[in-house]
Design a protein around this ligand. Structure first.
Ligand code: ADP
Ligand code: MG
Length: 325
């Protein structure tokens, strides 16, 4: 074969591959009580759909093990037994709980999976909230320092009765990271995985960044900022996600571990960092600590950026992001 034919053939193969490649996208509303979106670029439809299936299966697996709404989950077993005796954990859950405690330390206790000791008494869909007396009684159970880990035996024990954990503030971010690892292992170079407010992106879109919009807290159709992103994760928490209003007070799903009430010092917080576990673990902080203190923390972390919307609608940017002129 002469050189010219080889060149033409090679070009054709590259070109044909490119024209056949396309974006594949699937949305699933039936896992983890939230919306899962997987979008990826692939040259082979079968390969693409198998990869998406594998991500959805992974999300289901994590839900089975970490949901407090499933009585058979590993987390439910911890909640049922850890006040009485040490509960042996899978390495996966043990490691994630350790990470959760790290986030508690970084955020001055604003992120605390034991919030659930009070948090379980709220049902935002049914407009149910605990009384002040119920909160006061349950509040001593909220304290991440009262999670007693045994590294050697990989167990957890609660320091006192009445404690509960809930991974609703970190498991979605974690599942997004796991989904991304699955895609990477299958050779996919351009993709987006989203679970609720938590997303991670690999690669770009045709040499251009992915553009992610941050919505207005009171209007789902209004975008208050657009951020170009490549190879990163982001999480947005908002007081408009799961809530009810009563007597002028908004009761919503982010709980201040110190008071047991909804934390309302910002309306929304968007965090950008390398993994979705990290962005998820940090996106609750500003609600609890307020914009100034939270920004101090975010600005101290070199790999983290933040966009906050305060109660009066002001949009604040961490020092790594320029405010649009
Ligand atoms: P999404 O579920 O859409 O990703 P968030 O990332 O904002 O939403 O997480 C909200 C969830 O975090 C709540 O539903 C609850 O399960 C959990 N949570 C609430 N308050 C706290 C807290 N102070 N620390 C850790 N987790 C929390
Ligand atoms: Mg989240």
């Amino acid at each position: 074969m002469n050189l010219k034919i080889v060149v033409v053939l090679t070009l054709c193969l590259v070109w044909c591959g490119t024209v056949n490649a396309e974006w594949f996208r699937r949305v699933d509303d039936g896992i983890m009580g939230t919306r899962i979106v997987v979008e990826l670029w692939d040259e082979d439809g079968v390969h693409a759909n198998q990869a998406i299936d594998a991500v959805m299966d992974e999300m289901r697996r994590i839900d089975e093990s970490m949901s407090v709404y499933k009585s058979t989950s590993e987390v439910s077993k911890v909640n049922a037994e850890a006040a009485q005796h040490p509960v042996k954990l899978t390495k996966e859950l043990f490691d994630l709980l350790q990470q959760a405690v790290e986030f508690s330390k970084i955020t001055d206790g604003a992120f605390d999976i034991t919030y659930a000791s009070v948090g379980y008494m709220y049902d935002f869909r049914k407009h149910i909230k605990p009384t002040e007396a119920q909160i006061a009684q349950a509040l001593p159970g909220v304290n991440y320092r009262h999670l007693i880990f045994d590294q050697k035996n990989q167990t957890i024990k609660f320091f006192q009765p009445g404690m509960r954990i809930d991974l609703g503030g970190i498991a979605k971010g974690y599942s997004v990271d796991c989904g991304i690892h699955i895609l990477q292992a299958r050779g996919i170079k351009h993709a987006l995985v989203t679970a609720g407010g938590d997303s991670r992106i690999i690669g770009d879109r045709f040499g251009k960044p992915w553009v992610v919009g941050i919505r207005h807290p009171d209007d789902a159709n209004r975008v208050i900022a657009k951020i170009p992103l490549v190879d990163t994760a982001l999480s947005t928490s908002g007081d408009y996600e799961r809530f009810f209003d009563e007597d002028g007070v908004r009761y919503h799903h982010i709980i201040d571990p110190k008071t047991g009430h909804s934390a309302s010092k910002v309306r929304s917080a968007t965090i950008i960092a390398s993994t979705a576990t990290r962005t998820d673990g940090l996106s609750k902080t500003a609600f609890v600590l307020g914009p100034e203190k939270a920004m101090e923390i975010y600005n101290r972390l070199d790999d983290v950026d933040a966009i906050l919307v305060t109660p009066d609608g002001t949009v604040l940017y961490s020092k790594g992001l320029e405010a649009p002129k």
